[in-house]
Design a binder for this molecule. Structure first.
Ligand code: ADP
Length: 492
């Protein structure tokens, strides 16, 4: 059902005017019909009273001389009054004296002289009056008038009223259409423009209104608001454009610096590796006493030179790797291999380091794993890094490497019972040069690049790396590597 409040303002205004007109017209028509009804009765009784007066005075002598026929003649004059149906004259004692019945109308028995002077029913009006002569009551006269005319007259009045009602409503409709226009037009335009603004976001639109009333104020307020919005929007656009230019310049500058930094690190690392390799090589030769015997102190100090140089070389290799990855120069190379051998070799190589700390290092391999088509060297690098970290950050317990299939990818988890990592630190450890304060001697602990390299390498292999850890209970690092590398590329 259509609700009144959902109708358009135009329809509402027209309906209000029509309902008001209808209400007023129905009220007046009702009043008119009621007065018509009453008026008919009053007129009828007035006429009957006049007739009774005339007929009464004409029949005085007939009554006084007991001349019934003369009285009948007097009553016969009622033939000229077609709506008088019956008439009767009674003598001074109230006895029947003379009567008149309209042609075709049956004799009517009047209620008698003692009845109410005025009697009304749907069909007729009955009027009874004394006949007075010289202040003497010489008799009575009773008349019966046909009331059917009253209904006919009322029906006619009703038709007239309907006509007035219809004409009144049509006129009210035409008038309201014209009268509501100045009010509804502005509101409708306002609503239409608001809808367009909402749909298109065009704040340059304005509403034109000549009215100086509340609607005019509303339109003025709307236009001012639109003016402000479009001004602010323009200002915002200019501001965004200016900031975008600034940001783009800053971004280009940052990219350039980043590129320069990576290039610098790559070339520096390269230059450092050559002398470092010869330091490691020659200190090894000296330690093997190929160049002559060494005493215990010399061996100890030379051993420190060699181990520090190896650590420095690892660091430089990490820096080289990360700068290569960041400058986009490191690509992965796909080959077909089985993970089993790679895992067994890696675990066997690193087990002595774990055992040196009193830790166990074991692996679990799901049988019949499919062959991988991926970069074997890079997976090995990630695995070594994760197991090394597990050894480094575990003081007692075990390290377990679990290798299983997970959908289209191979999952390798390195689980340790070490220090664990706080939840707040977990999201930072994959960023370059980020280390967590573990309370251990940081100088020997590494560069903070290992996990950043792992993250970038697994990304390059189309996989992912994640960590789950509880402080004091241990950590689980899991890498997911797709069985098939989508793009086969070569490392430059
Ligand atoms: P780093 O060369 O310092 O080890 P990584 O990037 O490999 O750098 O690791 C970043 C930090 O993450 C480490 O400094 C260490 O605090 C934390 N971390 C890495 N692996 C583990 C682990 N298995 N258990 C506890 N903490 C770890």
């Amino acid at each position: 059902m259509i609700k009144f409040r959902n109708l358009s303002i135009k329809t509402k205004l027209v309906s209000i005017q029509l309902f008001t007109t209808l209400f007023v017209l129905v009220f007046f028509i009702g009043f008119y019909l009621f007065t018509q009804y009453r008026q008919f009765e009053d007129t009828a009784f007035e006429r009957m009273s006049t007739l009774a007066e005339i007929l009464g005075s004409n029949s005085v002598s007939a009554l006084m001389f007991f001349d019934n026929e003369a009285a009948d003649d007097v009553l016969e004059s009622l033939i000229t009054q077609p709506d008088i149906l019956n008439a009767t004259i009674y003598d001074h004692a109230g006895e029947f004296f003379a009567s008149y019945n309209k042609a075709g109308i049956a004799e009517y028995t009047f209620p008698g002289v003692g009845a109410k002077p005025r009697n009304t029913s749907e069909e007729h009006f009955v009027f009874t009056q004394k006949i007075i002569f010289d202040n003497l009551n010489v008799g009575w006269i009773a008349l019966r008038l046909d009331a059917c005319n009253r209904r006919a007259q009322l029906i006619e009045a009703l038709w007239r009223s309907f006509f007035v009602l219809a004409v009144g409503l049509i006129m009210a409709y035409l008038l309201s259409i014209r009268v509501q226009k100045p009010i509804s037009d502005s509101i409708l335009t306002l609503a239409k423009i608001t809808k367009t603004v909402r749909e298109t976001g065009n704040y340059s639109l304005r509403v034109i209104s000549k009215s100086r009333d509340e609607v005019g104020t509303l339109v003025l307020g709307f236009n001012t608001m639109m003016e402000k919005i479009s001004h602010n929007e323009k200002h915002l656009e200019d501001l965004v454009a200016a900031r975008t230019v600034e940001l783009e310049a800053a971004k280009t500058k940052a990219e350039e610096s980043d590129h320069l930094k990576s290039a610098f690190l790559a070339s520096m690392s390269h230059e450092l590796r050559t002398p470092l390799n010869s330091i490691i090589g020659f200190s090894g030769i000296l330690l093997q006493e190929m160049a002559g015997p060494l005493n215990a102190e010399q061996k100890k100090q030379l051993g420190m030179v060699k181990s520090s140089s190896s650590h420095l070389l690892d660091l430089i290799n990490d820096v080289l790797d990360i700068s290569k990855i960041e400058s986009g120069r490191l690509q992965v190379y796909g080959e077909i291999f089985k993970i089993d051998l790679l895992l067994i070799m890696t675990v066997s190589t690193l087990r002595p380091f774990a055992e040196k700390k009193g830790l166990t290092l074991e692996y679990e391999l799901e049988p019949d794993l499919p062959e991988l088509h991926s970069d074997k060297r890079r997976i090995e690098q990630v695995l070594i890094n994760l197991i090394n970290n597990a050894i480094k950050f575990t003081e007692k317990g075990s390290i377990n490497v679990i290798c299983a299939r997970q959908g289209d990818a191979l999952s390798i988890s390195v689980i340790d019972t070490g220090l664990g990592i706080k939840e707040a630190d977990q999201k930072n450890i994959f960023l370059a040069f980020r280390q967590v304060d573990t309370g251990l001697d940081r100088v020997k602990e590494g560069s903070g690049l290992g996990l950043a390299i792992c993250k970038r390498l697994t990304d390059l292999l189309g996989g992912s790396i994640s960590v789950e850890s509880q402080i004091g209970e241990g950590s689980t690092f899991t890498i997911l590597i797709p069985f098939s590398l989508e793009k086969q590329t070569n490392e430059d």
